[in-house]
Design a protein around this ligand. Structure first.
Ligand SMILES: [Zn+2]
Length: 305
């Protein structure tokens, strides 16, 4: 358990039994108990235990705020709504229809995870439209006397939003500020299908414009030097984009390129940290998916893979 500010804390969901891979945030106060990104259904026992340790159960939840609908962030939402039909789910308008009917989302995930989809993530249940509030960015969400500002922050996903709590000056940025499991190394999470590096850079400026004192990232936890975090991420987005483009322009098969890229990233991680920590980066942002997302980004810009 980690304390973020008065009434705000986070839980380690112990994804696949490993620490520091996926976190969820609990924001509570008089009359409300809210989760930011409840994580995948496969972790729901850890989620419930974390709620219980703060004196809450699923019945007490009032809202789920989603940064985006990827399975590792939003998977459990439908399961929670089925158990608590009053739950209000907030999500960017481009993600909402995939919560109402997850068929396309799950088809696209099945292309990445094959028949391991359910084993890895658990159920992704549909959510009734009546439980969903669509966000566009620019809203202010009132939770009791607390106000959370919403910004549209695409780049990692086309439907990604971030939340800012001016009372604590913490920004909850999902995957927009990268993946940092250990030390200061910032891995750019670039899975398919809709990586947009230009939009991502604009989103980083948007986050900076809040003047946050800390960033909360799903993978994993509090980053108390936002400037350094975002600078490292920008640098690595540029390097990863350059490396992937180079590989696509050299001769080679799709499999050879994927292998070269993942070896390059793994070597980079191992220069910075031990094997066990590097493995949690790979668990939280699978290296083969980083390649597939970047190759797709370049193919949309006329560089065939
Ligand atoms: Zn994601």
């Amino acid at each position: 358990m980690g304390i973020i500010s008065e009434g705000v804390s986070y839980i380690d969901l112990k994804f696949r039994g490993r620490p520091h891979s996926i976190a969820t945030v609990i924001v509570s106060g008089p009359g409300y108990c809210t989760l930011i990104d409840p994580g995948p259904t496969i972790c729901i026992d850890h989620l419930e235990a974390g709620l219980a340790s703060r004196g809450f159960s699923v019945d007490d939840l009032t809202h789920v705020l989603l940064t985006h609908i990827h399975l590792d962030h939003a998977g459990a939402t439908g399961t929670l709504v089925r158990r608590n039909s009053d739950l209000q789910v907030m999500v960017h308008e481009r993600g909402a229809r995939h919560l109402v009917d997850p068929t396309r989302l799950l088809d696209s995930a099945a292309r990445l995870y094959g028949n391991q989809l359910k084993n890895l993530w658990g159920d992704f249940l549909p959510i009734p439209e009546a439980n969903i509030t669509e966000l566009a960015g620019g809203e202010c969400i009132a939770l009791g006397s607390r106000k959370l500002e919403v910004a549209y922050t695409p780049g990692h996903a086309s439907h990604h939003v971030s939340y800012f709590d001016p009372s604590s000056r913490v920004a909850y940025v999902g995957d927009t500020a990268g993946v940092t499991i250990a030390g200061d190394y910032v891995l750019p999470p670039t899975p398919p299908p809709d990586i947009d590096l230009e939009a991502w850079r604009v989103s980083l400026k948007q986050i900076e414009s809040w003047g946050p004192e800390s960033l909360f990232i799903t993978h994993y936890g509090m980053r108390t030097n936002p400037k350094a975090q975002l600078e490292s991420l920008r640098k690595n987005i540029d390097r990863f984009a350059e490396k992937s483009r180079q590989l696509l322009e050299e001769p080679g098969t799709a499999d050879e390129r994927l292998e070269s890229f993942t070896i390059w990233v793994r070597n980079e991680l191992r220069r910075e940290m031990g094997e066990a920590q590097a493995a949690i980066y790979d668990l939280s942002a699978p290296l083969n998916l980083l390649w597939l997302g970047l190759a797709r980004y370049w193919s949309k810009r006329g560089i065939p893979s």
